[in-house]
Design a protein around this ligand. Structure first.
Ligand SMILES: C[S@@+](CC[C@H](N)C(=O)[O-])C[C@H]1O[C@@H](n2cnc3c(N)ncnc32)[C@H](O)[C@@H]1O
Length: 419
């Protein structure tokens, strides 16, 4: 094992916030270090191919190091890159995307990471409840770090305040909540869902939260029963030039500013595309398909999602915006529809990426263009490599920093068949 107490220069940073040190044959991951730091470290663990360490003495701080500016940083499992300058975070995430693709044999050019505002960006937060306080899980545990010193900086400050007030009131009513999820519209209307184990008799008491949020539902995680106390069970919001309703149960991009950037990237890929039918698979509330259908009224679109509530929202959102050239289907993204063979396909799957059966479906559909939107560079690169095997070419890889200060990065890839 490398001697504890050695002095090292950190040469790289990974997205989980570890500085990387190369020591002969060994790689050392130093928690809280950033490229350019010169530090004395103490080894904290040894795995087969690498060591872990912590900094004991920061001898020469890196020019890329900044004050994390959050009292929970290092403790809370949410953010991992608050000790790196925001521009450096963009560089780090670009390298993460690049190395994922290289790992699968793809040496394509990666675009610079497009970065929205670094703080207060989340429009939805799921707070864990810990007695009269809320917080987030401590790194790699299920213990809650309570937000008792300052609000969480990833969301507007009133999210933490409302969640803490709600937890304190629930506690005083002897109601044991597990989670309080709050989602905001662009204009600031809030919808909340309180998750509990069992439905309390005193549930009507929760009507007092009308002052804080415009919609409130209670979810019993044991019986899976949902009770809506007041409001619409979601938010009405504006995004991508659309007026949208998003139910509490439906997925929606958590960063409005970041999602607008993401949509501009996606939309620009269609500028020179020659297509007549476009499938929006894993469509959620239908946002990509709807915004594109509005932009291209003479083309046809269809969307598929497994989540019934999201598809109901998508259908209502098409009506609300007077968009007639799109249809929605509830089911597995691999399902057959009566729409015909799409010449363009958008896929926006969860982190696990595409199931092998979905890859087979794409191979059979063989669209001219495939737009792949992903929050996981590893599964994205793995699936893109499969499509390359089937003759697709990678035309563009564009990362967007949808989740600033965390380890996560969203990436859009355009692939085309043939040229
Ligand atoms: C990352 S979200 C993207 C949603 C949407 N494109 C958006 O940007 O708002 C992934 C979506 O995939 C859906 N989903 C997960 N597994 C699915 C499957 N096997 N078939 C269809 N949809 C699925 C989820 O319900 C969720 O709405």
């Amino acid at each position: 094992m490398t001697e504890t107490g050695g002095i090292f220069r950190v040469t790289d940073t990974n997205s989980r916030g570890y500085g990387i040190i190369k020591d002969n044959e060994k790689i050392i991951f130093a928690a809280g270090a950033v490229e350019g730091d010169v530090c004395r470290i103490e080894i904290t663990g040894e795995e087969k191919n690498y060591l872990t360490a912590r900094i004991t003495d920061l001898i020469e701080p890196s020019p890329y190091r900044v004050n994390p500016d959050c009292p929970y940083y290092g403790e809370c499992g949410g953010c991992s890159l608050r000790h790196a300058a925001y521009e450096t975070e963009g560089e780090i995430k670009k390298r993460v995307v690049s190395s994922a693709f290289r790992r699968f044999g793809i040496n394509a050019k990666i675009g610079n990471v497009l970065c929205p505002s670094p703080d207060f960006y989340r429009n939805k937060v799921s707070f864990k409840v810990d007695g009269p306080r809320v917080g987030f899980y401590r790194k790699e545990t299920n213990d809650v770090v309570p937000l008792d010193r300052a609000p969480c900086k990833t969301a507007p400050a009133h999210f933490s305040q409302i969640a803490n007030e709600t937890a304190a009131t629930l506690c005083s009513l002897n109601i044991n909540a597990e989670e309080i999820a709050i989602r905001s519209s662009v204009s600031g209307d809030l919808s909340a869902v309180i998750s509990l184990k069992g439905m309390p008799d005193s549930i009507a008491e929760l009507n007092r939260f009308r002052e804080n949020v415009s919609s409130l539902s209670v979810r019993d995680t044991l019986s899976k029963k949902n009770v809506r106390l007041f409001g619409d069970g979601g938010i009405r919001t504006e995004a991508f030039g659309l007026s949208l309703f998003v139910s509490d149960d439906s997925f929606f991009q958590v960063n409005y500013e970041g999602a607008e950037i993401l949509f501009r990237v996606v939309s620009s890929l269609f500028d020179d595309m020659n297509f007549d039918l476009c499938a929006d698979l894993f469509c959620g509330t239908g946002v990509w398909g709807l915004a594109l259908a509005k932009r291209f009224p003479d083309k046809r679109f269809y969307g598929i999602d497994l989540n019934k509530s999201a598809i109901n929202d998508a259908i209502r959102n098409a009506e609300r915006n007077g968009i007639k050239n799109i249809k929605f289907y509830c089911g597995d993204a691999a399902m057959k529809t009566e729409e015909g063979i799409p010449s363009a396909v958008i896929v926006d799957p969860p982190r696990a990426g595409l199931h092998p059966s979905m890859i087979d479906v794409l191979k059979d559909l063989s669209p001219d263009y495939l737009v792949y939107i992903s929050c996981n560079p590893f599964t994205l690169a793995r699936d893109a490599a499969k499509m390359v095997e089937f003759g697709y070419r990678i035309k563009c890889i564009a990362p967007v920093n949808l989740f600033p200060r965390t380890e996560h990065v969203e990436t859009v890839v355009l692939m085309s068949r043939g040229g």
